[in-house]
Design a binder for this molecule. Sequence first.
Ligand code: TYM
Length: 331
Amino acid sequence: MQRIFSGIQPSGIPTLGNYLGAIQNWVGLQQDHECIWCVVDLHAITVFQDPKGLTAATREMAATLLACGVDPVKHVLFLQSSVRAHVQLAWIFNCVARLGWLNRMTQFKDKAGKDRENASAGLYVYPNLMAADIHAYHATRVPVGDDQKQHLELANDIAQKFNHDYGVEFFKNIEPLIMGPAARVMSLRDGTKKMSKSDPSDQSRINLNDDADTIALKIRRAKTDPEPLPSETEGLVDRPEARNLVGIYAALADTDHAGVLREHGGKGFGAFKQSLADLLVEKISPISQETTRLLADPSALDAILHKGSERAAAIADPIVAEAERLVGFLK
Ligand code: TYM
């Protein structure tokens, strides 16, 4: 059975992008894979986080994942900062990855913005830690949204260079799993920008804890164009906002763009938005209710994470100890 690893940052309330691009797929993959799911708090602090806020957001993310159907018994759910192997391997990878490779990372350029000199060193080496997350478990498949593709290519470059430099076949090639019609959910205000937890406008995204009225309002206000929906997928070319809403609907209804257009093609956005809002409320409300229920008992939540961290460490520690021996550390 192939081992799967994926992670999510506890840097805000999870969005519909996180859900459709990643979490919903994670839950489906649990049926026929061994899965390791990680709340990546070390990655979150590459941008300053208020400590109390980070603790709360970490529990909220863990509760949300459980509410979405992540299974912490058959699979593993844990906190990155609780398993030291991630940082130990990340340091080795900092010494394997080349500056030229990191300089090409578009996400660093986007996140650092114009004031690059003032970005943290952690933000720069972020992809090396991400590579360590995956390779510490010898995971071979990684389900992510489209925005993480470049980081996974780098994780493969790092594994290859490590194997080449030390003359071994130790780290494995990983296969990105970028799945479904919503691998890149866009902002509701601008169909050319990714939906993101960190966008200053709350109207740009659906948060997984939004109530029914908020969801309906945000969808009603979502940017669109004046044309009705096309009947064929070719009609979505150059209509980023329409394409985005159709992709969201498709992922929620477990179909594809063509399937949605067969049912809704020719309708105006007023009617389509109403159907989309209803579908969103039907899917998201149970998740937010279950998240609230789980958050009411933080010690039970912490116990699940603690157990998960022990199980994760039992897999990662021997793999990283072997990598250290290969490097020549006296063990
Ligand atoms: P993060 O926390 O930004 O996002 C978590 C997951 O959600 C996906 N995603 C989206 N998918 C579609 N549309 C969107 N608008 C959207 N926004 C977010 C992301 O692609 C991701 O799959 N670096 C990672 C976390 C990470 C990781 C890892 C992932 C750390 N170590 C190891 C895989 C393997 C990140 O920042 O995800």
